[in-house]
Design a protein. Structure first.
Length: 133
């Protein structure tokens, strides 16, 4: 099976299961880019510019996964991850940051990708996290 066929299959599976991803980054061009890419891959998306905004707009946090930047106004992505885990322990968590916070992410139970992340790698990671939930 070609990469395109494999990706097309995972896209249709994501859509049919109604999988949703929350994207949190204070740089709106990043949330916009990721939202478009993930929508193309078959995911429903929601975005926020800060952890506080995400908690305010989407209080039950009923998402299959979250992609969150480390450096956010108010609280870090890792701090958000800890709060989110209390609300929705099944939600997969990806810390996406230009800084190397891999050890901190792993220690808090999050997966880490360094910006700029390969988008196919991100899609594969999200698929793995959601399948485990």
């Amino acid at each position: 099976m070609s990469t395109f066929e494999s990706n097309s299959k995972s896209r249709s599976e994501a859509t049919s299961r109604g999988q949703s991803i929350l994207i949190i980054d204070d740089e709106t061009y990043i949330t916009d880019l990721l939202a478009v890419y993930l929508a193309h891959a078959g995911y429903a998306t929601a975005t926020a510019c800060s952890a506080e905004e995400a908690l305010y707009l989407y209080p039950p946090l009923q998402f299959d996964a979250v992609i969150v930047d480390y450096a956010l106004p108010g609280m870090t992505g890792v701090e958000f991850g800890a709060l989110a885990r209390n609300v929705n322990p099944r939600m997969g968590q990806v810390l996406l940051s230009a800084g190397n916070f891999e050890e901190e992410a792993k220690a808090s139970g999050m997966h880490f990708l360094l910006k700029p992340a390969n988008l196919e790698t991100l899609i594969d990671l999200l698929g793995t996290l959601i399948a485990r939930a």
